[in-house]
Design a protein around this ligand. Structure first.
Ligand SMILES: [Ca+2]
Ligand SMILES: [Ca+2]
Ligand SMILES: [Ca+2]
Ligand SMILES: [Ca+2]
Length: 132
C-alpha cells in the first residue's frame, strides 16, 4: 500500500511538472497516511488527514536537483490533521512555511543562518527534533 502511494505521489509530481503554465504547483494528498514529494517549483502541499510524511526538501539549494532559479523555491506545507512526521522544508533556503495542523507534528526547518530569516513554522510540536 505504501508503495502504491509513493507511485501516486510520483505520478502527481510528474503531472505537476508538465503543468508549465502556472508557476506554483498544488499537491494534494488524501485522507490516508502517505508520503508526498514536492516539485521543483513553489508548491502548496496539503497532506490532509492521516499521519503524513511530506518531503519538500527534494530540491535543495546547492544540489544537482536545485530548482531554477537556484535561489530556492518557496514551498507551503500543510500537515493538516494527523501526526505528521516529518514535514520537511529543510532545503537550505529560508523561504518556506510549514503548518503542522492538528496532531503531534514533527517539522524540519531551516534556521535563520540560511538567510531570509529562516523557514516559518506554525503548529509544530517538534521542530528539528526539539519539543516546543
Ligand atoms: Ca518545491
Ligand atoms: Ca494524508
Ligand atoms: Ca498534523
Ligand atoms: Ca527551507
Amino acid at each position: 500500500m505504501r508503495k502504491v502511494m509513493l507511485i501516486l505521489a510520483a505520478v502527481a509530481m510528474m503531472v505537476s511538472l508538465f503543468a508549465v503554465v502556472a508557476y506554483a504547483a498544488e499537491i494534494q494528498g488524501t485522507d490516508n497516511s502517505e508520503t508526498l514529494l514536492e516539485s521543483n517549483r513553489g508548491d502548496t502541499i496539503k497532506a490532509l488527514k492521516g499521519d503524513d510524511n511530506v518531503n519538500a526538501a527534494v530540491y535543495q539549494v546547492g544540489s544537482q536537483n536545485a530548482p531554477i532559479p537556484p535561489s530556492g523555491d518557496r514551498d507551503r506545507v500543510h500537515g493538516n490533521a494527523g501526526d505528521d512526521n516529518p514535514l520537511n522544508v529543510q532545503d537550505k533556503d529560508g523561504k518556506d512555511i510549514v503548518w503542522g495542523g492538528k496532531g503531534i507534528d514533527h517539522c524540519l526547518v531551516d534556521n535563520a543562518d540560511v538567510g531570509d530569516g529562516g523557514d516559518k513554522y506554525f503548529g509544530c510540536e517538534f521542530v528539528n527534533g526539539v519539543e516546543q
